[in-house]
Design a protein. Sequence first.
Length: 219
Amino acid sequence: MNEKTETIEKKDTAFALTLVITSLVCLVPVALGFILWDKLPEMIPQQYGWDDQANWSLPKPIGFILCPAILLLANLVIQLALKMGKKQQNRKVVSLVTWIIPVVSLAVNCLLLLKAAGLGISVAQTVILIVSLMFVILGNYLPKTEPNEFVGIRAPWINGNPDVWAKTNRLGGILMVIAGIASLAACFTPAGRYVFIISTVAMMAVTLVYSIVLASRTR
């Protein structure tokens, strides 16, 4: 066995192991659903509004399986896309993309089940907390990312210009961290949802306008 073949086999083994582990993490909420079965209502809410009232629900036999199954499928697609991608990706970017779906599935679906089982938690506040943390983490990655297929602020006028990409993602990353920190600070206050919405919209708007202006100057 030559060195090249051995390297390929190691990569295939690592990919298979990562695929299995991330898939199992996606399905942890299903196991939690069986554990909480007797405490779950006949209709399990799938989405909550800002007032913490359920917007729509599904019957219990489906309600704790459907969303994890969808995210499991999304995870499989993303893992295969990472493996088949022609361009070598930054390791930190690959790690982030690899784990984002499993972590979201674990956090959000467990939250929905625990809420349905009677745990007195605010879904809106918890979601703001989770998303704000993701903003801070992702915002720290963006300034360091090179053009890639998976992570970054992407648009037709950004993707084809490395300079526009770098400057847009640098600013976007800084604004994302600021928005995340502001939302975290206000998360458990009455103004939390408004701070989250305003900071998120402002972050997106400023980054979008900046990228368009920057792209127009480099033509």
